[in-house]
Ligand binder design. Sequence first.
Ligand SMILES: Nc1ncnc2c1ncn2[C@@H]1O[C@H](COP(=O)(O)OP(=O)(O)OP(=O)(O)O)[C@@H](O)[C@H]1O
Ligand SMILES: [Mg+2]
Length: 492
Amino acid sequence: MAARATGGENLASSGGPHGVTVMIATSQATQTSKRMIPTVSPELRTRLANQTVLVIDDSEAVCTAFDVLLSLHGARVLTASAPAQGLDTLKRESVDLVIQDMNFRREATRGEEGVTLFREIRSLYPDIPIILLTAWTYLEMAVELVKAGAADYVAKPWEDARLLTTVRNLLDLRRAQTEARAIHRQRSEARAELAERYHLCGIVYESDAMHTLVSTATHVAHADVPILITGPNGAGKEVLANIVQANSSVRDRPFLKVNLGALPNDLIEAELFGTEAGAFTGARARTGRFEAADGGTLFLDELANISGSGQAKLLRVLQTGEYERLGSSVTRRTKVRVIAATNANLRQAIREGQFREDLFYRLNVIELEVPALADRRDDIVPLARAFLDGGHTLTPDAERALTRYDWPGNVRELQNVIKRAGLLANTPAITASTLNLPAVAPPAADEPAIDKPTIQEALERAKGVVAHAARDLGLSRQALYRRMEKLGLKLE
Ligand SMILES: Nc1ncnc2c1ncn2[C@@H]1O[C@H](COP(=O)(O)OP(=O)(O)OP(=O)(O)O)[C@@H](O)[C@H]1O
Ligand SMILES: [Mg+2]
């Protein structure tokens, strides 16, 4: 019998859609008897429409039985009576699902041919779901093959309703996988295109959120405006600052980084603007960072730690390019591109009188907000893989555990977890138990304390959109939900 396609429409209309009784072969293949075709549900028809199923079975009766059943439900059915013919059809046609017999010759009863066919299809077309048709005596072998990657098996004689459910589920799964792969491909292409045009400084991501953020960073990099990078601890703010600098018009000029969080408050101004000899006890003449970075870029990390007088001087240098060294009355000029970063909620700091509003608006001409890792779970596994040293891999259960965890310490925590697991693992494959992640994420230690009225106000301003309120409060969505739950706040 030649492989052939049957239009589902014809069969369905010739028999009528409900409770059709058709004289066809039973699954025992040799006798003919009455089979009840189950009622055709419109929902099933839509799901099976435009899907191609290949049936490979040496019994014409079995092929016809599947042809009628599946065509009636809208699928396009191709049949082949021998393994070689089936493989031929797969080469020519785009097939969504294979149903294959295990025995092809009357005298062959141990299913070897079926196993060979299965392995061949699996290796040539790893993504096509395969349903094995098997006599009940070989169920054990079928179960083994399911473990080896067959999608499912159906014991002869089969029940139409169960078979249809299996087919539908597998086709749905395949469709979802195909869509996911298409999205993945589009994302990879978009990423590759960006990487071709810009320096991405080794950043790893998969999520749409990060793609948007990284493209924005590369697009605004050349503009001569300050940039404010916000986001929780360890989320990758500095990585983003590196990308901005590396793609700016001053990428070959000095790039200095100052961590304002690591400096005692009274030294911050000296560090930024420099000192004149004798400015304070023991002070020597010293160049400040604004002077050293002249013509280039200054990265001000942990911006929220700067005092009121430091803020005033920073505002001035941003507005006019002018500053004085500590202890000097000589006004100096500098031209520096400032990138500032903070994990603090500056909007709240402004409300509390801790941060100047005018400085905030001067700095956040462009704000790049790095989302918490828990809000872009697509990035977790690619990042984890990138952090592995050459000798290790992650088992699927390890990847699942990583994806489920909440990562209060974000990418830095992930990096540390992978590094530790690499040291502890006795085998090249790192398992979930080596990762040893806590079942429930501990609350992030660095999350600022925010009281109930502030959260209520933010939710009102955001008209109940939690994501917006969270951004306003400088929290991740998860963190805001946690707080709302703790404070007994519910959305109306
Ligand atoms: N998308 C990413 N791809 C690759 N590495 C990343 C990414 N994001 C963060 N990292 C790595 O994770 C670590 C933390 O990132 P980074 O220092 O940029 O975070 P941060 O937001 O500045 O943290 P903090 O608030 O503590 O200063 C760094 O080692 C960085 O290289
Ligand atoms: Mg940082």
